[in-house]
Design a protein around this ligand. Sequence first.
Ligand SMILES: C[S@@+](CC[C@H](N)C(=O)[O-])C[C@H]1O[C@@H](n2cnc3c(N)ncnc32)[C@H](O)[C@@H]1O
Length: 446
Amino acid sequence: MGARPSVERRRALEILRDVRGGTRADESLEQRVAGLDGRQRAFTMELAYGAIRWRDRLDYHLDALLKRGIDTLPPDVISILELGAYQIVFLERVPVWSAVDESVELVNHALPDGVARWASGLVNAVLRNVDRQRQDLPLPDSEDPILHLAIKHSHPKWMVARWLAAFGADTTEALLESNNRPPHLHLAINVQVATTGSVLEALVDAGIEARPHPDKPDAIVVGRGTPPTALPGWAEGWFWVQDVGSQWVTDVVEARPEDRVLDACAAPGTKLCGLLTKAPTIRALAVDIDAARLQRIRDNVHRLALTEPWLVASDARSLPTAAQFSVVLADVPCTGTGVLRRRVDARWRRSPGDVATFAAFQRELLTQLADRVAPGGTLVYATCSLEPEENDRVVTAFLADHREFRCVPVGGDAPARHRDGHYLTIRPWSGDLDGFFAARLVREAA
Ligand SMILES: C[S@@+](CC[C@H](N)C(=O)[O-])C[C@H]1O[C@@H](n2cnc3c(N)ncnc32)[C@H](O)[C@@H]1O
């Protein structure tokens, strides 16, 4: 029996197992790092998220080094090989001997004796081969650009094919690269109790790397690795975590103090918190189909000491009220292709048919919400998708069927490169940002 593998590697393997079993990576991470210190959490996340992001590329390299191919191995052995290969190929600060030894220890620790007996030798030999060939591990021929890019940047082929057709080769490669870059943490400030300056000062005083966002000076960018709950001011409710792209979507709503707001797909309440801090007197109804996720809204507004909105668990297509609202926010479920850098497992969960399925749902939802908008009121439609079928085409179809609505230019302080005509269109390759789409639709006055 050898040494015990590090706690981070054991937890990372558990996360890979959870994700294989259908749990979302972020939900698994939250549970699996409970009880670890900040440094251990950051390294566990780096290992697990890295191996998930780079899965197809790592499997391609491993497959080439395995006589019988990777698919013949038990899932846990594949995960341990992926974690080990990730460290060797992508994590320069981990010495190769440590990546190999720890992987062998992980086999001995995590697998039944019968499997560990043969798998430890195999993992040792394959990972040493990965190291030997590290400089020139082969990729598929670039004559098949879809397969080449899919493996090189570890994305499903259908996504690459779709983006090549929509965006062209250069933009697609920039997008694929940005999806594999671990994002920074962005903070939105609870202006009821703090200022950007006061939060920045507290972070810097605590030795945390933090700066104002270059394009949104009232948002803060925090260096990688610190869990938000460990930042000074978290418990005091000075801020919440929200990508700057998403903060610009909140700005599109332009809530006024007297507004009655329906947030139709509200959980976990990130955008709602932005509305409630900037216009605390709005009367808000927050709806989500997922009752458990509604609790997260409650937790957020309580930590930030904001007025709790009415919370209703319901399908927004059949609301238990006929009331009308001066503002309706439809931040709809979507394929999430704009936020793949953050949701590391989402690329493997999606299938090509999802785009059409979500688009049909989004059209139906908007149609059902149209009557909830009071005359003269505003309907804001938003997604974190890059796909035109879920974005401008949903809006165009809605406007064709609802002549009482017109699309007006979005406001806010997002730079011109994040706008396309009347729309907000944030592209992940155009900065350290998640991708979003938002449109502002105004109903004619009675
Ligand atoms: C993009 S997320 C919303 C994010 C949220 N607006 C925020 O800023 O934190 C979409 C939400 O829609 C919810 N949802 C999915 N189908 C729904 C439906 N038919 N009615 C209402 N909510 C739904 C999901 O549970 C999910 O919480």
